[in-house]
Design a protein around this ligand. Structure first.
Ligand code: CP
Ligand code: NVA
Length: 298
């Protein structure tokens, strides 16, 4: 049995196999052909934070694969009344085939996976967002081929998505150049593990130069809402604009995991412009996660 808590829970070959299968599933879906490869399998989805894409992609994905998904929020389960996550893991393991969890603490997710007897998927923690990475890497593959050896710029907060990009640079062997303001740096253990694959740039402009992909995310993640104003100050100069895109290679792509704030971390003309692949990136959550579910369950 395998869990997917981090990009590094997969080998590079496994990661590539999943995103290639995601591309195949996308083509099938576009042709209105759904392969019901997981009949009667059930996914329980625990969400302790809000979600649009992750919830809908897992729920629609399980339906298309012939299975079923159950949405569980603290508001209407015993989790909200103090039943421990670990007890919940033991109970759900008796009833479903796979569990996805969106929560705050990555350590809590790790403890959950230690007692679960079915595969556990990280649907986002404060540390990592590996399902989004599968979708991003599938999107790059579909547009530009293998990402190995390419240069990727991360601009903005050293948050869960940034940490996931650093892990993936290490796994798939691309160069990640990040520009994050002082005080908003990525996780130091994740950085240490990536060794030379992740480099800090002196400025956002420096990071964007000659890159093949530019990525950003919100300045205040879920749970940091009260820091919004302080962060807006700290991140001045970190908005991705057309001037910044112009520093990248001509065929550079723009990605953002969404939800986005136009006029904060990205200008409207970039996110709605010709280099942006954000809608396909969001759509690939469906296909990449269907491939992940097959990988974990078949
Ligand atoms: N990108 C992402 O995970 O979106 P949701 O928060 O809507 O699931
Ligand atoms: N960094 C963001 C990603 C949302 C999908 C957050 O954690 O809120």
């Amino acid at each position: 049995m395998r869990h997917f808590l981090s990009e590094l829970d997969l080998t590079a070959d496994e990661f590539r196999t999943i995103i290639q299968r995601g591309s195949e599933l996308r083509k099938q879906w576009e042709a209105h052909e759904n392969e019901a490869s997981l009949p009667r399998r059930v996914l329980a989805m625990i969400f302790e934070k809000s979600s649009t894409r992750t919830r809908v992609s897992f729920e629609a994905g399980m339906a298309q694969l012939g299975g079923h998904a159950i949405y569980l929020s603290p508001n209407d389960t015993q989790l909200g009344r103090g039943e421990p996550l670990s007890d919940t893991a033991r109970v759900l393991s008796q009833m479903v085939d796979v569990i996805s969890v969106r929560t705050f603490s990555h350590e809590a997710l790790e403890r959950f996976s230690e007692v679960s007897t079915v595969p556990v998927i990280n649907a986002l923690t404060d540390l990592l967002h590996p399902c989004q990475m599968l979708a991003d890497m599938q999107t790059f593959l579909d547009h530009r081929g293998d990402i190995t050896g390419k240069r990727v710029a991360w601009i903005g907060d050293g948050n869960n998505m940034c940490n996931s990009y650093i892990n993936t640079a290490r796994l798939l062997d691309f160069q990640l150049v990040y520009a994050c303001p002082d005080g908003y740096q990525p996780n130091e253990h994740i950085l240490a593990g990536a060794k030379g694959q992740a480099q800090r740039a002196a400025s956002p402009e420096e990071a964007c130069k000659n890159s093949d992909l530019i990525v950003t995310d919100v300045w205040a993640s879920m749970g940091q809402e009260e820091e919004q104003q302080a962060r807006e100050q700290a991140f001045q100069g970190y908005e991705i604009t057309t001037d910044m895109m112009a520093l990248a290679n001509d065929d550079a792509l723009f990605m953002h995991c969404l939800p986005a704030h136009r006029g904060e971390e990205v200008s409207a003309d970039v996110i709605d412009g010709h280099q942006s692949v954000v809608w396909e990136e969001a759509g690939n959550r469906l296909h990449a996660q269907k491939a992940l579910l097959e990988f974990l369950l078949l």
